[in-house]
Design a protein. Structure first.
Length: 246
């Protein structure tokens, strides 16, 4: 146990300040000595390196990050997909039911598929010289206007009326007369409905493009350039199909 005399400086303010200064100077001297020793060790290491080769540059304590920014094309849009929101375009394709040949394609900025159905059908007629006898499409293309347009063109249609496990059964709003008629037709046919063929006709095509050929994003920028790129992708798909058929 320390005696009272050894701690007498604590009660004296001037003595306390002197003790603090003394301790600070000791710490500074210790730090300076450690820094000098470190510098001397580095200097010696550099001298040794000079004999064997160039001295490597010392890495920075905090690397300066490279700043770069790639802005999306101004005519692309934020689209909602099954994987979440993405910045891009909406690519469309009409596929032949026999050989999975893409007979028409399109690309838009709109997230909605509905306005693309009639242009695709008309493009099929332009490309093949005749209209399709029948078509199948998912619920994204279902609207009174689309169903009326297909009926006017005398095309037998199978268009899902709702996004449900069974395309004819949904709890959403009943819809107009054309939609109700389509719902009854799909429900009446049940498992024999030709709508069920859609999943084995068009869905594998997009799967082959994305998975087999690894095409998951456009490389060009701008609507017209991306349209041309999508046309090339569809053409490459058709060439592959035709090559296998020979």
């Amino acid at each position: 146990m320390l005696g009272s005399e050894s701690l007498s400086w604590i009660a004296d303010k001037q003595k306390r300040l002197a003790k603090i200064r003394e301790a600070g100077e000791a710490l500074e001297a210790e730090a300076a000595g450690a820094a000098a020793a470190k510098a001397e060790a580095e200097r010696a290491a550099q001298e040794n390196r000079k004999r064997s080769g160039p001295v490597p540059r010392r890495p920075q304590k905090s690397p300066i990050p490279r700043r770069s920014a790639t802005l999306p094309p101004p005519d692309s849009r934020v689209l909602l997909t099954k994987d979440g929101f993405v910045q891009g375009y909406n690519a469309q394709a009409a596929v032949d039911g026999a050989k999975q040949i893409i007979v028409a394609h399109g690309l838009t900025q709109s997230m909605s598929d509905c306005p693309q159905l009639v242009p695709l059908v008309d493009a099929v007629r332009t490309n093949l010289g005749r209209k399709p006898r029948e078509i199948s499409a998912d619920a994204g293309y279902c609207s009174e206007d689309n169903l009326l347009a297909l009926a006017t063109r005398k095309i037998y249609a199978y268009v899902a009326t709702g996004r449900a496990k069974h395309p004819a059964e949904t709890t959403r709003k009943v819809g107009g007369e054309m939609t109700q008629t389509m719902r009854r037709k799909l429900k009446r046919a049940g498992y024999r409905s030709r709508y069920r063929l859609r999943k084995q006709i068009v869905e594998p095509v997009f799967g082959q493009i994305k998975q087999a050929r690894g095409f998951r994003q456009f490389l060009l920028r701008g609507l017209e350039a991306v349209k041309a790129e999508w046309a090339l992708i569809c053409t490459a798909h058709n060439i592959t199909k035709l090559a296998k058929a020979i």
